[in-house]
Design a protein around this ligand. Sequence first.
Ligand SMILES: Cc1cc2nc3c(=O)[nH]c(=O)nc-3n(C[C@H](O)[C@H](O)[C@H](O)COP(=O)(O)O)c2cc1C
Length: 214
Amino acid sequence: MAHPTGHAHAPASGPSGPPLPRRVSAEMLEVLAHRRSLPLRALVEPGPDAAELRTLLTLAARVPDHGRLVPWRFIVLEGEARAHAGDRFDALYARQNPDLPVSKATMWRDYLLRAPVTIVLVSRADPQAKIPLFNQELSAGAAGMALVTAAAALGFATQWLLKWPGRDPDAAALLGVAADERVAGFIHIGSPSEAPPDRPRPALSDVVSYWSAD
Ligand SMILES: Cc1cc2nc3c(=O)[nH]c(=O)nc-3n(C[C@H](O)[C@H](O)[C@H](O)COP(=O)(O)O)c2cc1C
């Protein structure tokens, strides 16, 4: 919203007014409280349709980003493209592993065909930028989490994996990932076919402390 002075942002100095009315979203809290990853084998059709995918990507692109560098991007693998990408991974994997058993010849094709849609999250952090590299990489992580959360809000399940295609630069290059970019995740999305119990979560007492001067 435009500021009355015509500036995009209110000045940082000056007195603050009373708090605006709080808008509590019980639905969002519910989604956050119950979201968990599902194993890839439990992700089934249907995946997000074109409009839902657009919503997911729009929300994933709405994350804190120091310096507005947009240090991440997304590559969508859906439909036939999954098999074609998988075939290329299999060919590269076979070259890297000459003794690969025949049973594993199509493992990456099979892997990519499991989820209806996979979004490859790419970090394109720039070490030459004035913004620290760490800040940029954290923004990519935030984009991944926003995507996963948005998918949960749409009723989809996800699993965020790296595995060999996410770790090997030559595999990434087959998807058009440049040498100065890095895959931050293969985020697999589909409908949940099961609702497994949650995994143990850390006790807050193990991860939270309240700092005080004494
Ligand atoms: C960046 C990143 C990469 C991951 N890569 C793998 C992986 O290659 N293999 C694996 O088994 N789990 C991997 N995981 C973990 C899975 O996503 C796991 O299912 C998830 O952490 C379960 O936690 P949740 O139920 O709270 O979502 C990765 C997680 C992150 C954040």
